[in-house]
Design a protein. Structure first.
Length: 295
């Protein structure tokens, strides 16, 4: 029998000898595709900002969610303030902002319910807005404000978040990123560490994207707040002083770098506000005590 034959047949392929795409990778791609299609098909136009955005809730759902969450949020921050005069002032200034809506904004926000609350928390310098129009400011921040115009700046900014539908937009982005993280976890589940590294990296990337969108939302709310407080009869320059007060409250420095914070550094926001004021009022703009504006 010869040691070599030119007619020797190649080995018969055995199952698993050919490279195949792992089934978990296919599943991951399908999950990611479904998540992206769902996200990009949720587009709607916001007439207040002029932007096309993707949201996870209808205006009615935003209002219902905000009303349901408001009591719990208040309870977590010491409940509502017992200072009747300060509470009345917050509500009065807030409603002045609402009355300053243009007819187009009023029609857009017809499904919302705007209400302004003063919280008893004297330690946390903060203000925030829930979806649908429930807006809060803490006594700690209220006590630091020097003028009614500054209060209008805070409430106008938070009203801008509602009109910008930032909560519903963030929820849609969060759902998309959570889905993509899940897809990455499935794809990496065959790794030696069980996919923990892939999940950690994906989660970090998702978190950083969310933070970036948060900063953009804050700057957009600043711009909307300037217009709203001006239309309500307040000096929009008061928002600059609000940023200075927030910077002082943080000790003059951010607790963490701006790129890792959902709120831009107050000093950087001042530059953005000044640029927006120059755009809105190229001739120099209104000042406190002139044109009937309240400081």
């Amino acid at each position: 029998m010869p040691l070599f034959s030119p007619f020797r047949r190649s080995p018969i392929p055995t199952p698993g000898s050919r490279s195949r795409v792992p089934i978990k990778l296919i599943i991951a791609v399908l999950i990611a595709g479904f998540v992206l299609v769902r996200y990009f098909s949720s587009s709607t136009s916001n007439p207040v900002t002029g932007q096309t955005q993707r949201v996870a809730l209808s205006p009615e759902q935003e209002r219902a969610l905000g009303l349901r969450a408001a009591p719990e949020m208040a309870q977590q921050m010491g409940g509502l303030s017992s200072d009747g005069a300060a509470t009345a002032r917050v509500k009065s200034v807030g409603q002045a902002i609402v009355r300053a809506f243009t007819p187009e904004i009023t029609d857009f926000a017809k499904d919302y319910q705007f209400d302004y609350h003063l919280l008893a928390d004297r330690q946390t310098v903060n203000a925030f807005a829930l979806p649908g129009g429930q807006i809060f400011i803490t006594e700690a921040l209220y006590a630091r404000l020097e003028t009614e115009g500054q209060l209008a700046g805070v409430l106008g900014h938070e009203t801008g978040h509602v009109l910008g539908r930032h909560s519903a937009q963030q929820m849609a982005k969060g759902q998309m990123l959570q889905g993509l993280v899940g897809a990455a976890t499935v794809a990496g589940s065959d790794a030696s560490d069980g996919g923990r590294t892939a999940q950690a990296v994906s989660g970090m990337v998702a978190n950083m994207f969310q933070l970036k969108y948060g900063r953009n939302d804050e700057l957009e709310a600043d711009k909307l707040g300037l217009t709203l407080m001006h239309r309500a009869g307040y000096d929009p320059r008061a928002l600059i002083r609000v940023m200075q007060i927030l910077e002082q409250a943080s000790g003059g420095t951010s607790r963490q770098p701006e790129f890792a914070s959902s709120h831009p550094n107050p000093g950087n926001r001042i530059a953005q506000i000044e640029a927006e004021l120059q755009r809105l009022f190229p001739s120099g703009g209104p000042r406190a005590g002139t044109g009937g504006l309240k400081p």
